[in-house]
Design a protein around this ligand. Sequence first.
Ligand code: PMP
Length: 400
Amino acid sequence: MDRYNPPGSRWKLAKRTGQMTHSALRELLKVAERPDVISFAGGLPSPALLPSDRIKEVLKRILETDAVGTLQYGPSEGYTPLREAIAEQLSSTGSTVYPSQVLVTTGSQQALDLLARVLIDEGSKVLIEAPTYLGAVQAFSQYEPQFEQVKSDDAGLIPSLLSQSQVQEARLLYTQPNFQNPTGRRLAPERRRQLAELSLANNLLVVEDDPYGDLVYKGGALPSIRSLASDTVVYLGSFSKILAPGLRVGYLVAPDDLMAKLVQAKQASDLHTAGITQRVAYHAFRNGFFASHLDELKVRYSEQCEIMLQSLELFMSPGVTWSRPEGGMFLWITLPTQLDASDVFVAAMQAGVAVVPGAAFYATEPQHNTLRLSFTTATSAQIRSGIELLGRIIEASLRQ
Ligand code: PMP
């Protein structure tokens, strides 16, 4: 019996559907949306901070001044002024990016899918940091790769653990160097250099996924891996975390010799990203509201992160450890090894606090004593009381 074609099914499904799974996280988030729940589960921007009024003004202006351009079909590569603006911004903080190297995508999630389509065959080796972004595992899995996890610690993925055969055989290595989802960690400068060197020396394609890099609260920005190895890195960015995820505007920056195939895959997928939301992203970026909004998010999220860190100090039992993010939206808790985070999750849900068991964030071999917490959507008071409740639940589990 095929896993993808159960007996009695009416349709003959493609083999690759056997690799497609529901995102456990999306199911979980539905529960966490109940108004009586304090949610640390989502990976969402704060609803209170979505810039809806400013987006409304921009939309009005776009339709008044460029209705036909906005509503007509557009180029698959993306709205040219937006590509130019992205290239200019990235060039000002790292090595040169040309507009021709920028492909606008329908969220950076689509960039992951396009890359997988262009690069992964059944059985292809894919190096992926552990833990990692579940949506990347989902996107890659459709094309049936063989995942090899790369361990990480507080300073991010550990390049020295990669063997020569791994770097030579892998089709790609996927990493998030800044305030990673799920851990909130960032890759140390020395490791960025090591990874860039390995990548250049072995033609190892590094997929650098960076939706959280702008949300830096402490320590300033670090050089992107792309700025150290532009010839062998595909860089992914997104407007979801700063402007609004509902716009579905992201982008990738790829070496010239990968671009044509990525554009062909994009054409086959959706012709182009919606003209209207690309223009919203462009105008927000160009007229300064992106920058001021980003400043506001940084103030609010860093306060919320600080309150969560202080609350953890107050309410967590000895033996529980956590990451100390310098940016982003997430914090990672490691429980004593005898605890299974899914039991903690069930008890926490019963008490009205939603967290995500960390096992969901591994491509293979999950670590069961971990939890992901987001500090962006709960209020300060909710963070304090939610962490106090979580602390009590963990303490009770340790006593059992
Ligand atoms: N990469 C990472 C690491 C993410 O956390 C997310 C969203 N949760 C995405 C990519 C996809 O974001 P989007 O498609 O909204 O740009």
